[in-house]
Design a protein around this ligand. Structure first.
Ligand SMILES: [Zn+2]
Ligand SMILES: [Zn+2]
Length: 93
């Protein structure tokens, strides 16, 4: 599955980097040097400095530092609207 990476440090600034894979809204628009990618789980500007789009296996067994974004997967697997603002629920913009 095509994915774009969000780097996080769940254990704080000095902790290990973990990768969360999000599903890009428009992978064809990636030129490999984008400033941001829009992703299915967020109706905002998306991920900054996304590092391109990769083909990532759905099953990440054995890749403990990586995981799929659950809201992105829900959109793919349930066919939900890609504009569901899951992350922004309760926020006004
Ligand atoms: Zn996501
Ligand atoms: Zn790109």
């Amino acid at each position: 599955m095509l994915a774009t990476a969000e780097r996080t440090r769940p254990d704080g600034a000095l902790g290990p980097v973990k990768t969360i894979w999000h599903v890009p809204v428009d992978p064809q628009s990636c030129d490999g040097d984008c400033d941001a990618h829009r992703i299915l789980c967020d109706d905002g500007p998306g991920i900054g400095i996304p590092g391109g789009i990769r083909d990532v296996p759905r099953d990440l067994t054995g890749r403990s530092d990586e995981r799929w974004c659950p809201p992105c997967l829900a959109v793919i697997e349930n066919g939900a609207s890609r504009h569901l603002p899951l992350r922004r629920k309760g926020l006004t913009r």
